[in-house]
Design a protein around this ligand. Sequence first.
Ligand code: AMP
Length: 146
Amino acid sequence: MSYQHILVALDLSEECDPVMQRAYALATSSQAKLSLVHIVEPMAMAFGGDVPMDLSTLQQQQFEQARERLDGFARKYPDLSTDRRHLVYGQPRQEIHRLAAEQGCDLIVVGSHGRHGLALLLGSTANDVLHGAPCDVLAVRLKKPE
Ligand code: AMP
């Protein structure tokens, strides 16, 4: 059984390349569609939801910067169509699950730092995405910086 539609979640950090490369190789070998998603977390969420100021302009800038970075990154893969690049506001786990279900994806690919100890208690997006996922999840192991 091969995958039909793979969704790769990118945090747009410098660690995106191995995650994307794995997803791209899998999509190529299984002749699957490949979609990209980056979630822009609302600033109020980062500040604990209680901010006594209007963040809309800052959020708009944050969204535009993320769009530029996502487009810049996707340019390295010219055969990916622009309608498969998704940029959404929200909470990563929730939005990745929603998009995977909406697009009929059968595999989600995320990066994983293989945390342990205290860092594990703090949680990771890979763990979050695994729980309650609407399809298979592949966690690509990311190396710790030397
Ligand atoms: P983290 O646990 O936050 O270090 O992230 C691990 C992986 O989760 C990343 O390599 C991405 O695959 C995914 N991820 C984290 N944050 C986001 C985000 N804002 N949008 C999309 N994917 C994300």
